[in-house]
Design a binder for this molecule. Sequence first.
Ligand code: CMP
Length: 224
Amino acid sequence: MDDVVLSAPLFAGIDPDAAKALLASMSRVDLGRGQVLFHEGDRGDRLYVISRGKVKLGRRAPDGRENLLSVLGPGEMFGELSIFDPGPRTATATAVGDARLLELSQDELVTWVERYPAVAKHLLAALARRLRRTNEALADLVFSDVPGRVAKALLDLSTRFGQPVEDGVRVAHDLTQEELAQLIGASRETVNKALADFTARGWLRRDGRAIVILDMARLERRAR
Ligand code: CMP
C-alpha cells in the first residue's frame, strides 16, 4: 500500500527515508462506498493521496444533473486546487467503493515543498497533465460523438484500473451505469447503446461493474 502512495508526485525524487517520514505523519481517512469527503463550494485546506480504492470528483448543475470530472485511483492526489489557489473546492469528492486516503494540511504541504523544492516540479507536472487531459475531454465534448467518448473513457479507465486477464484487459471501474454516463457527459441510454454496440462487435464484454476490453486496437481506433 505504501509503495503506491510513494509513487505520487508528492514524493517523487525524494530521499526514501524523508518520503516515508512524511507518509507516516499524514493522517489516514477511511471512507465507505458513496461517502462524501467534501462538497463543491466547501472551504478546503487539505490535499489527499489515495492509498486504496477510488474517488470520483463531480459537479452538480443547478437543475440537479451531475457531471464527473474524473475518477481517481491509488497513487493519485486531489484537493490541491484549493490549496494552490485558495478558494472553494471545485468539485465534490465521493468514495466510489471503500477507500483509504492520506491527508496533508496546507501548512504541512508548504513546509514540505520549501524543504524539497524539487517536489514543486512534480506537482506542476501533475497539474499540467490534468489540464492536458481536461482540454482533451473538452474538445471531445465538442468534436467527438458519444461512442467515441465512451471508447476514450474506457481506455482512460483501463490505464488506471486495467488488469491483464486471459482474453484481454479487465477494467474494474466500479461505476454504476449512471456514473459512467456522467463521466462521459451523455445520457445513460446513449452510453448503453454504445456499450451494447461495442459488445456486439466483440470489442469488449461486460462483467457487472467491470468491462473486459477484448480488442484494444479497435477501441483505440474508435476513440480517435
Ligand atoms: P479542489 O478544488 O481542492 O477540490 C476538488 C478537486 O478535484 C480539485 O481540488 C482537484 O484536485 C480535483 N479536480 C478538479 N478538476 C479536475 C479535473 N478536471 N480533473 C481531475 N481532477 C480534478
